[in-house]
Ligand binder design. Structure first.
Ligand SMILES: O=C(O)CCC(=O)C(=O)O
Ligand SMILES: [Fe+2]
Length: 228
């Protein structure tokens, strides 16, 4: 889709649920059908947050950090659940469902239907993330985890393609720090010989800059590189 100035827009509709912290959760703003929708989303939010905590714990341990190190650096989770709907696109070669980006928070857990279209950038090539069916969950590390781990874990660049004959649905659950949290490389992972690669950033400033510049590729996190 083109805007007047030839900007390519995403071929996507979405519905966002603010789910955590609990004081942001207001299920009366969510759909009320099926009858158990609000209860299912609330329970899903809690269980996915536990999984995100567990995965950050494994990432911490894999780097020789205390189990809760990354989780504590993120602080209280700000979690949003976004359901994306990609309608069939008559000319899929002209646009993307969602343009290439890395997520700006800490960790995203994504469930997709059987249609396919999600791709991740690996060694300079776009690789399809094939739907596995069942209860498969795609784990996408996001920009704050790249900063906290001083680049040991890179945030995943990804995008969603459209297709001309089938609508697609995905459910992405984002886990972010609060806007006031300062994010920087974990001191345990830096030394004189391994200096910090990224400068400290207030998470809210990072998000504002992301929305000002647009999501293209990873240029937002690249702006924090101390020696670009
Ligand atoms: O629909 C997808 O598979 C990707 C969604 C996504 O990357 C996002 O919402 O940030
Ligand atoms: Fe994403």
């Amino acid at each position: 889709m083109l805007e007047k100035d030839d900007t390519v827009l995403d071929w996507r509709d979405y519905f966002d649920h603010h789910t955590l912290p609990l004081r942001r959760r207001n299920p009366t703003r969510w759909p009320h059908f099926p009858a158990d929708y609000r209860q299912v989303v609330s329970e899903y939010s809690d269980r996915i947050a536990s999984l995100a905590r567990e995965l950050l714990g494994l990432a911490s341990e894999s780097l020789g950090l205390e189990t809760r190190r990354l989780e504590e650096a993120v602080g209280e989770f700000w979690q949003n659940i976004t359901i994306s709907y990609y309608p069939p696109c008559p000319q899929p070669e002209l646009t993307l469902g969602l343009q290439a980006h890395s997520d700006f928070g800490a960790i995203t857990l994504l469930v997709q239907d059987e249609v396919g279209g999600l791709e991740v950038l690996k060694d300079g090539e776009w690789v399809p993330v094939k739907p596995l069916g069942g209860d498969a969950i795609v784990v996408l590390l996001a920009d704050q985890t790249e900063i906290m781990t001083n680049g040991k874990y890179r945030s995943a660049q990804h995008r969603a393609l459209t297709n001309s004959n089938q609508a697609r649905l995905s459910v992405a659950t984002f886990h972010d720090p609060a806007k006031t949290v300062k994010v920087s490389p974990a001191s345990e992972l830096t030394s004189a010989s391994t200096p910090p690669l990224y400068r400290e950033v207030v998470y809210g400033d990072y998000v504002s800059s992301w929305y000002t510049k647009g999501p293209e590729g990873k240029r937002n996190i690249d702006a924090l590189l101390l020696e670009p």
